[in-house]
Ligand binder design. Structure first.
Ligand code: TRP
Length: 460
């Protein structure tokens, strides 16, 4: 029940316990970005060196920004634009803080617009498995399944609609019934299945080569673009920068130790990404699929795991079901900020969720088109962005620009605009070395890293 809210905002909803907060927020972090995104981005960028930069970007920039976003939410106790407006008034800043909140709301819709298509493919594969699919399939069969899905816009639109319908349904309930129960049921199951997959893959595939690929050092070029990609992936995987985390922060009780909760959420997120890499790459190397295959990597390789094992269809079904739910525990955090804002305008949660989900499905057609007829349509080729489809532009535009720039804004708000005393009061249980380290990072390290990367990317 509404637990720890104190004082003026005691009517504001809140997660029912510390553990509930950690599970639901970890559910937002752990998603397609870990299981689908991390392996393919690491694969495209050459493995080991990229993984190292990714971990550094997480520790030095994305995780501290994540904590800042949670904190802004807990202090503002409202939807992102409203929360940031209150904090702006509190510190008497002349800058327009709600703008960062509104940009974030647009970001949530853009992320969902491609998230729904990818999650839809997971659901399509689930159905295939339910029909006994995958058993005895060859590489060619699996490639045909992927190609069939990606060539049919109606099929992609239908699955996006189903996925967003599910997301909207959960968000329609109050947070303790909807968000919280979804996380509590799905997260433990996801971890269990993933561990099973790593063990299986370690026995059946080329585990040594996968470990070397992900953690070994290989000759590679450290371009500014590589750093930007690593930072984009770090922000995406934690889901920092669009207000989803801020909204969850607004539901966080005062009894949650924020730095410690952040630590566990980030640790869980890293663990799942690395485990996904160790589940997928051994089979990539033993089956001869190209490690740099790109966004299709997971959908081309995972089914090969299931082709040979006894009861493969059952395991496949379980896996794609859980991948779907991992996606759902993230998508509900992406739908939450706009719904919270619409509630402030007097809408019911159900109406807000339904309308926003419908909007997302409409915009998702851009991504479907990029996989199907628009594979070779590069809308911004004239601006030097040849080779990038609508999907590429949306995914990279959000990950590499909106998320880090919002992260920079959060860092400046928390590190500089709010006084050290404000910050200390907002973190009542935290005054240890971790707090001091984070405060230094949020003031200096994170803003400098983000700015340097942008300067480097523009100059390079
Ligand atoms: N972190 C999720 C994943 O890895 C996706 C996600 C949730 C997200 N909230 C976000 C991505 C906010 C960007 C911004 O799949």
């Amino acid at each position: 029940m509404a637990g720890a809210g104190t004082g003026e905002n005691s009517a504001y909803p809140s997660f029912s316990s510390r553990i509930a907060f950690i599970i639901v927020t970890a559910g937002s972090a752990v998603g397609l970005g870990n299981v689908w995104g991390f392996p393919y981005v690491a694969g495209q960028n050459g493995g080991g060196g990229f993984v190292l930069i990714y971990l550094l970007a997480l520790a030095l920039v994305a995780a501290p920004a994540f904590m800042a976003e949670l904190m802004l939410g807990r202090m503002g106790k409202a939807s992102p634009p409203t929360a940031l407006g209150r904090l702006q008034a509190k510190v008497g800043s002349k800058l327009h803080w709600p703008l960062v909140g509104w940009t974030g709301l647009v970001g949530t819709i853009l992320v969902l617009s491609f998230y729904a298509v990818i999650a839809g493919q997971a659901m399509d594969y689930m159905l295939e498995a339910a029909g006994g699919g995958f058993a005895g399939w060859s590489d060619a069969d699996v490639q045909a399944l992927d190609a069939n899905f990606k060539s049919s816009m109606p099929m992609m639109a239908l699955w996006s609609a189903i996925f967003m319908g599910l997301t909207a349904l959960i968000v329609s309930f109050d947070i303790n019934t909807g968000l919280e129960q979804a996380g509590k049921v799905m997260m433990p199951l996801l971890l269990l299945i993933l561990l099973g997959m790593v063990i299986y893959s370690g026995n059946m595939g080329d585990f040594g080569k996968a470990v070397d690929f992900l953690f070994g050092f290989h000759e590679m070029e450290f371009t500014p673009r590589l750093f930007l990609e690593a930072m984009g992936q770090a922000f995406f995987t934690l889901g920092v920068g669009v207000g989803g985390i801020m909204t969850y922060g607004s539901y966080m009780g005062r009894d949650v130790n924020l730095p410690r909760a952040t630590f566990w959420i980030v640790a869980m997120d890293v663990f799942v990404a690395l485990a996904a890499g160790l589940a997928i790459f051994p089979l990539v190397f033993s089956s001869g699929v190209d490690a740099a295959a790109g966004p299709g990597l997971v959908f081309l390789t995972l089914p090969l795991i299931f082709a040979d094992i006894p009861g493969g269809a059952v395991v496949a079904f379980a896996f794609f079901l859980l991948l779907t739910f991992a996606a759902v525990t993230s998508s509900i955090s992406l739908l939450s900020p706009t719904v919270a804002r619409l509630e402030e305008a007097g809408w019911s949660r159900r109406r807000g969720a339904t309308v926003m989900a419908a909007l997302v499905v409409g915009i998702s057609l851009l991504t479907s088109y990029s996989f199907a007829g628009g594979k070779d349509v590069f809308p911004l080729a004239a601006l030097g962005l040849g080779g990038m489809t609508f999907f590429d532009l949306i995914r990279e535009g959000v990950s590499n620009f909106i998320l880090p720039l919002s992260g920079l804004a959060y860092a400046l708000m928390v590190g500089w605009a709010l006084s050290r005393e404000d910050v200390r009061q907002a973190l009542p249980m935290a005054d240890g070395p971790l707090f001091r380290a984070w405060h230094m990072v949020i003031r200096y390290v994170a803003p400098i890293c983000i700015t340097a990367l942008f300067v480097g990317a523009v100059a390079g």
